[in-house]
Design a protein around this ligand. Structure first.
Ligand SMILES: C[S@@+](CC[C@H](N)C(=O)[O-])C[C@H]1O[C@@H](n2cnc3c(N)ncnc32)[C@H](O)[C@@H]1O
Length: 352
């Protein structure tokens, strides 16, 4: 597909937006109207043309090729299939000003309306047309998905318990501003998803992944072999088994730490994080280079990370007595994604 390999490393799905409207999504009959009014008022011709252009093999099943119209005869056995996915967010303050419906309800009603008008059949598994209903407070977009496979599914074949999707792995590495020759370490690498994404996109840097559990090390090995096979070359990644709280690395030898920390949900617990995080941060700070060393950490346990950062108070004190130690610690960038993805907090930490 044309969009593969085009540098869209942080994009999971691509859509053609057919229309955008400001709507009263708080109206009690909003969802009912999605079927009775909204679906009827949308002309899908332009976005379906684009879909057919990029998926010529699908064009036969997309009706206008035969009839010149996307509305089809219900008796036609070859009429196209579709499904609707509703993505919804409402950041408005106060219960009364929030949506009083659930995303699946909106998707079902909009889908019923589309079927009424177009004659398309529903297929929730492998549809010809993937319709998007995107509702952000009052801002509503109607679109059609261009990507068949989500683009974030890449690199890893051995998934482990908490595989991080490729788009977020790329984002972590991007935030770290990796330079040619940098030594980049993921000290809790799980199945190696972050170092693999990094090595593929920053080939002039050296990547090292470490993991405590044997299964994670094995998964890392499997994933590295799979990526090397897929790309027909050997990428610059090494794997070690270690404990992040006792890293077998020299002090001030690492340029960048990238780490998807255990959130304390599937792996560990918030209580365990209270012990693990300060020790891990301490080791990360020790091994990173003075002045230029930096780390990008991902966790949902924001409180745990902030508390752990108190460990750096000792570095402030140390700094007075030992100029070679880390002088300061600051949380310099914090990104909270939308309400739905609020599990994801990425924090860039600068040591120096
Ligand atoms: C959130 S997962 C990382 C997942 C990884 N990014 C992936 O996509 O597979 C955190 C990892 O830290 C590992 N871990 C937990 N405690 C550790 C420790 N003390 N030293 C090294 N690794 C540890 C866990 O085994 C787990 O694989």
């Amino acid at each position: 597909m044309w969009f593969q390999g085009k540098g869209l490393r942080t994009i999971a799905k691509l859509y053609v937006i057919n229309e955008r409207r400001i709507m009263d999504t708080l109206a009690p009959d909003y969802v009912a109207k999605l079927r009775s009014e909204t679906a009827k008022s949308i002309d899908w011709t332009s976005s379906l043309k684009i879909l057919a252009e990029y998926f010529p093999h699908k064009a036969e099943s997309l009706a206008w090729k035969r009839s010149g119209n996307y509305q089809v005869d219900r008796a036609d056995q070859r009429r196209p299939t579709f499904r609707v996915t509703c993505a919804r967010a409402d950041e408005r303050i106060g219960e009364a000003s929030r949506h009083n419906f659930k995303s699946p309800d909106a998707a079902v009603q909009f889908g019923l309306g589309i079927a009424d008008v177009t004659g398309w059949r529903t297929d929730l598994k492998d549809p010809d047309i993937d319709v998007l209903l995107h509702i952000a407070s009052d801002d509503v977009m109607f679109g059609i998905q261009l990507t068949q496979e989500a683009l974030h599914r890449r690199n890893v074949v051995a998934l482990g318990r908490t595989p991080l999707i490729g788009t977020i792995c790329y984002s972590l590495a991007y935030l770290a501003n990796i330079q040619p020759g940098d030594v980049v370490v993921d000290p809790m690498c799980g199945g190696l998803s972050v170092p693999l994404e990094g090595a593929l996109n920053w080939p002039a840097a050296y990547f090292l992944g470490g993991e405590m559990h044997e299964q994670g090390v094995q998964n890392s090995d499997t994933n590295l072999r799979s990526v090397n096979k897929g790309h027909g070359k050997t990428i610059s990644v090494d794997i070690l088994r270690w404990d992040v709280t006792r890293l077998p690395l020299r002090s001030a030898s690492v340029d960048v730490i990238l780490c998807d920390l255990p959130f304390g949900k599937k792996v560990g617990s918030p209580l365990q994080n209270q012990v693990l995080y300060p020790k891990a941060l301490h080791e990360m700070a020790r091994v990173t280079r003075k002045e230029t060393g930096r780390a990008v950490l991902l966790t949902a346990d924001k409180g745990g990370l902030k508390t752990a950062s108190l460990v750096f108070l000792s570095f402030y004190l140390c700094a007075f007595f030992s100029p070679g130690k880390i002088l300061k610690f600051r949380l310099c960038k914090e990104t909270r994604h939308g309400r739905k993805q609020s599990w994801c907090t990425s924090t860039r930490v600068e040591f120096g």
